[in-house]
Design a protein around this ligand. Structure first.
Ligand code: XMP
Length: 320
């Protein structure tokens, strides 16, 4: 059983020092690798890993084609400013071919997991000669996976999967005793700018977790546009997380005086501390109207915009 370190118990300097020692001891003289997505967890692990390993850590940003608008360049830019070189790996084709024809949520997650760890990472790890993968799994990921709620893409050992046997490398998870709030404290202490440590969470399966049904390049582009609008209009709310979700059902609409059997976007905005439970933000009606107006104007094919008012549980934060 993993013992939780709550944000109240967390001794920041002591935690960082301990983890730096642990990472050094595990990696020894070899090379390690980590994938940075720019989320709070992977950004914090990148800083921790670089403090422990310096040039023995190679950091890559895997462009899976499922990221938000401008995200790869933006994240790499932030880290360049922090003195950390990040290599962008173009893996769009790998992910879209793996996702082709898949509509079931758990199958979608499994396709992403396999593509990420086996194909793309397998390739990078082999090329670099690294024996270790450093990653930012947190306790909430483990809990939800073990409870069978959602298979988080980065959880293995707790499911009885040995990554060394399955993929040929070991996985080091320095944040696994923390929740999101604790990770933010560590990230800040390691020098991340607030744009990164206070960033809203974004799931490993990226925008494919926000497309109900098949995640095709077109459907991802639709949800990407909607997400950009939702993030632009809700960034000052202080909410825990907000997003657009593309539904699979179509509804009848009218455009230019003609019937348009169009698509629907669901907007979600959550209040939460640790993502285990959450409730929808009571957004002002004018804000909702503005979001709906902008989405309908700027996102082709959308004729309906709804706002989720159910709590987690029984809802979950992401839709897939
Ligand atoms: P859920 O949707 O399970 O999300 O309420 C809890 C928090 O974890 C973030 N997150 C993920 N969610 N699959 C997910 O469904 C993942 O692989 C994943 N990684 C992170 C999610 O955005 C929310 O903050």
């Amino acid at each position: 059983m993993m013992t939780e370190i709550t944000v109240r118990e967390l001794k920041t300097d002591h935690f960082i020092q301990n983890k730096v020692e642990e990472i050094k001891a595990a990696v020894g003289e070899g090379m390690a690798i980590n994938a940075l997505s720019g989320g709070v967890d992977s950004s914090t692990v990148t800083m921790l890993g670089h403090r422990a390993l310096g040039n023995q850590l190679k950091t890559v940003f895997i462009d899976n084609g499922l990221m938000r608008e401008g995200e790869p360049e933006q994240v790499v830019g932030f880290f360049r400013d922090l003195g950390v070189a990040v290599e962008i790996v173009d893996a769009e084709q790998d992910f879209f071919s793996a996702l082709k024809g898949i509509t079931d949520p758990e199958e979608k997650r499994e396709a992403i997991t396999q593509t990420f760890y086996r194909n793309v990472f397998g390739r990078i790890v082999k090329e670099s000669g690294a024996k270790h993968l450093l990653q930012g799994t947190i306790l909430t990921d483990v809990d939800e996976t073990v409870a069978g709620i959602k298979r988080q893409h980065n959880v293995f050992e707790q499911l009885g999967i040995d990554p060394e046997e399955a993929f040929g490398y070991q996985i080091i998870e320095p944040l696994i005793q923390l929740r999101k709030d604790g990770v933010r404290v560590i990230g800040k202490a390691l020098g991340l700018p607030s744009e990164l440590f206070a960033r809203i969470p974004f799931p490993g399966p990226a925008l494919s977790a926000r497309v109900i049904g098949e995640a095709t390049p077109d459907r991802i582009e639709t949800v990407r546009k909607a997400t950009a609008i939702v993030e632009r209009l809700l960034k000052d709310t202080g909410a825990f997380q907000y997003m657009g979700i593309l539904h699979e059902d179509r509804v009848t609409g009218i455009r230019d005086g003609k019937r348009d059997f169009g698509q629907q976007i669901e907007v979600r905005c959550w209040e939460s501390v640790d993502a285990r439970t959450a409730r929808p933000t009571a957004l002002p009606y004018e804000t909702l109207e503005k979001i709906a107006g902008d989405i309908i104007r700027e996102v082709p094919g959308i004729v309906s915009v709804t706002y989720n008012i159910a709590t987690k549980p029984p809802s979950t934060i992401e839709a897939v």
